[in-house]
Design a protein. Structure first.
Lengths: 602, 165
């Protein structure tokens, strides 16, 4: 039997209220590693790409990887995989926290949720005891309240997964939360869980995880720790300032989307930066399961109308989406808006970008003023906070907002004002100032996304090597490499941030010594490429085409008006055809037979 | 003599110490077999480690009827000899800290032995919450932290400034 894995998948049929145990398929483990890869293979095999994502036929896989529950650095990731309601893609959204580790400790690798419960339920997993219980008393509660009730109803040490009111109300930008604070935020996975009348999971385990080669694994962990300790981002930048250390860095290269990306330079960026958080809101840093980086922030609001609130974050993305993207430099309002996203279970990126879109629609007079509950203007932090509340509960104008920026902008006849690709909102990097990330947004299988191929590392941060951010040449190869490596890292169960230091060989060494399956740099990347192509095949079957591999018109047509990247646009056509070529796809973006054979996907 | 020093304010809750401890001691990753424990207080978002303090006059040693628990002179570790242990659990009752416990199977009594002087938990703790240092060094470090505060207050007072600023 493979090690690293526990070898057991829990299948929960909510319609029939049935619990089944299945063995891990060793062949799939070899091909798709685990986590994102293995979980997506399940969806690919079991879910028709044409179905309505919010119908009973959809399924949700909650997956760990083979190194989750070990001392491999930052190896506590948990993946939520389903057909996504935001854009019909094969959606996978991952989170940190402790749930993944606890699920492994309980003796399982993954959970498959299928069917639909007639009434709200939650799942209690206590080692071998698995119980589907009524969640009627939890329905309507925030994620943080739900986390508390789940622990009170089960075990003080249980780790939890839950949806908030946004997921219950099927918001297309709702996520799944873990322990109330860590988010599988993107692609609307929360709505799929909500559509099944499924409120959450409490898990506790005392069984543990074995690895194939104990001494080899120790050596692999030591090597990985060494690489991270030697890297300034992993050992200094992220621990000291959190992910929001990026705020000033991106602003300084004129690539911080501002006021719905009408600009890419925000003069007040420092007020919402990681450095500002240290001075104004930070209580302590926090690490997810097995993490030596500790980018998490435990914070409190110490002044103004939200004084007294405390929670986690914001991380860079929400600090930007609620901040610069909305023209807001009030760190207290940004922090409050972030807390609310966690509580309602909203994707902080999509929520902020959707509000920014509403602000532009309002200011330009593209939406009737009477549709807005109050004036929605750039720079108004309190308005952002109030809009998140409406969005989380779908009250009034919030009903439309909770569908995301694309459907909002389309409703008012201006879809071009949605800063999204495949209907998913962009992240905190302006693709006009950083060309490769534009190609990444355009081709990311789950819609605009920075963590499917974080080319910001070489293009802006200069790691592992510095690449010219404004060049088009070589970006197709770069994006492919980063996408494939990321898929493999996600499949292993490690956090993407470990790539600040760790190399493909490190992951190969960890997964090999954990599972006993021999990986080297080459076949690890090949597994990543296989995962990427599997996602692509699903999406093509779901009806997506090369037309969807694009960027918001603004990034192609409107030069950045000010700042260090003034005058830049993203000439995507200079990269996209080459990208298809290096991927071994035809001109319509379809994987060729040769490529599928090479990847054992035929 | 080296001691395992815990700084709860620095702990970032990553649980690496628990995973490393169980792996070093048993060859498997099982938090339930870890000798060190991170306690979560979710409402406060706080995490605090607890681990055996290796008491000089340890209650667990005093109640142990078979001499399985004893204090090693050379390193000050309260050592549990599995060959002599009869599993009476008097040590669990006697320890005021909860530092002796049963393993995941509920069979074997386990406690921290500082991994023979090179604790695995400390090696993976990057937050600075766990340190394995000479006892006088630990004391000195605490004294210096306090002295630094005194120094700052004295400087403020000398300038006639607000001490609370």
């Amino acid at each position: 039997m493979l090690k690293g894995f526990n070898g057991v998948i829990l299948r929960i049929n909510l319609t029939k209220k049935e619990v089944q145990r299945e063995e891990i398929n060793e062949e799939w483990a070899k091909l798709f590693i685990g986590g994102r890869g293995y979980g997506e293979k399940i969806i690919y095999e079991e879910v028709d790409p044409k179905i309505d994502p919010l119908s009973e036929e959809n399924k949700v896989v909650i997956a760990t990887g083979p190194i989750v529950g070990t001392t491999a650095p930052a190896s506590g990731r948990i993946m939520v995989i389903t057909k996504g309601p935001l854009n019909n893609t094969l959606a996978c959204s991952n989170a940190g926290g402790y749930f993944g580790i606890e699920l492994k400790m309980a003796g399982y690798d993954m959970i498959i949720l299928e069917g639909k419960a007639p009434e709200p339920v939650y799942l209690w997993i206590d080692n071998d005891e698995v119980d589907i219980r009524s969640a009627k008393d939890m329905w309507g509660k925030t994620t943080i309240e739900t986390d508390k009730v789940l622990r009170e109803n089960t075990h003080i040490e249980a780790k939890t997964m839950e949806i908030g009111p946004a997921g219950e109300k099927l918001s297309k930008i709702s996520g799944v939360m873990f322990d109330g604070h860590r988010a599988s935020g993107r692609t609307g996975v929360g709505a799929v869980v909500g559509s099944k009348n499924f409120k959450g999971i409490a898990v506790r385990g005392t069984k543990g995880v074995e690895v194939a080669d104990v001494e080899g694994f120790k050596e692999a962990v030591k090597n990985a720790y060494g690489k991270l300790a030697a890297h300034p981002v992993a050992s200094e930048g992220l621990p000291t300032y959190g992910t929001a250390v990026l705020m000033n860095i991106l602003n300084n290269v004129g690539s911080l989307p501002t006021k719905n990306a009408q600009d890419a330079y925000f003069p007040n960026a420092d007020n919402i930066s990681g450095e500002a958080m240290v001075k104004k809101t930070l209580i302590r840093k926090k690490g997810c399961g097995g993490c030596p980086i500790d980018c998490g922030r435990v914070t409190e609001i110490r002044e103004g109308k939200y004084k007294g609130d405390h929670g986690e974050g914001p991380e860079y993305e929400t600090a930007w989406s609620m901040g610069a993207m909305c023209g807001v430099d009030d760190i207290n309002a940004v922090t409050k808006a972030h807390y609310l996203c966690d509580e309602y279970g909203l994707d902080g990126i999509s929520a902020g970008v959707t509000i920014a879109c509403a602000m532009e629609l309002y200011e330009k007079g593209y939406m009737p003023k009477e549709d807005a509950p109050f004036p929605i203007r750039f720079g108004d932090g309190d308005a952002v906070v109030e809009l998140v509340k409406l969005m989380g509960t779908r009250e009034g104008f919030g009903n439309l907002l909770s569908e995301g920026s694309y459907r909002l902008a389309e409703h008012y006849g201006h879809p071009e004002l949605s800063m999204s690709v495949k209907k998913q909102e962009i992240a905190a990097y302006d693709p006009r100032g950083v060309k490769g990330i534009g190609l990444e947004y355009a081709t990311s299988n789950r819609g605009a996304c920075h963590v499917r191929g974080y080319t910001i590392a070489p293009e802006v941060l200069g790691t592992p090597i510095q690449v010219d951010r404004l060049a088009y040449e070589g970006k197709a190869d770069l994006v492919k490499l980063f996408q494939d490596l990321t898929a493999a890292v996600d499949a292993s169960g490690a956090c993407l941030f470990t790539t600040f230091g760790m190399e493909a060989a490190n992951y190969a060494e960890l997964v090999t010594t954990a599972t006993g399956i021999p990986y080297d740099e080459k076949n690890l990347l090949l597994a990543g490429e296989r995962i990427w192509n599997l996602e692509r095949l699903f999406n093509l079957k779901a009806g997506l085409t090369t037309e969807d591999d694009t960027l918001p018109k603004r990034f192609i047509d409107e030069p950045i008006p000010s700042g260090p990247s003034k005058g830049e646009v993203n000439e995507l056509p200079k990269m996209l055809p080459e990208y298809y070529k290096v991927r071994g796809w035809d001109s319509e973006g379809r994987p060729t037979d040769d490529k599928l054979t090479e990847l054992s996907l035929k | 003599m080296k001691v395992l020093v815990v700084d709860p304010l620095k702990c970032s809750g990553g649980k690496s110490c628990e995973l490393a401890c169980s792996f070093e001691q048993t060859g498997k990753f099982n938090i339930a077999d870890s000798r060190i424990k991170i306690h979560f207080f979710p409402e406060q978002i706080n995490f605090t480690p607890t681990v055996c303090m290796q008491c000089r006059d340890a209650y667990c040693v005093q109640v142990c009827p078979t001499g399985a628990l004893s204090r090693r002179k050379e390193d000050g570790v309260v050592y549990l000899d599995q060959n002599k242990c009869i599993g009476c659990k008097q040590c669990i009752v006697a320890c005021p800290w909860g530092s002796v416990k049963l393993d995941h199977a509920g069979e074997t009594l386990i406690k921290c032995d500082t991994c023979g002087g090179d604790p695995a938990c400390v090696k993976v703790c990057t937050s600075g919450a766990l340190k394995f240092v000479e006892a006088d060094e630990a004391v000195l470090s605490k004294q210096r932290n306090t002295a630094e505060k005194y120094m700052k207050i004295a400087e403020q007072m000398a300038k006639g400034g607000d001490v609370n600023a």
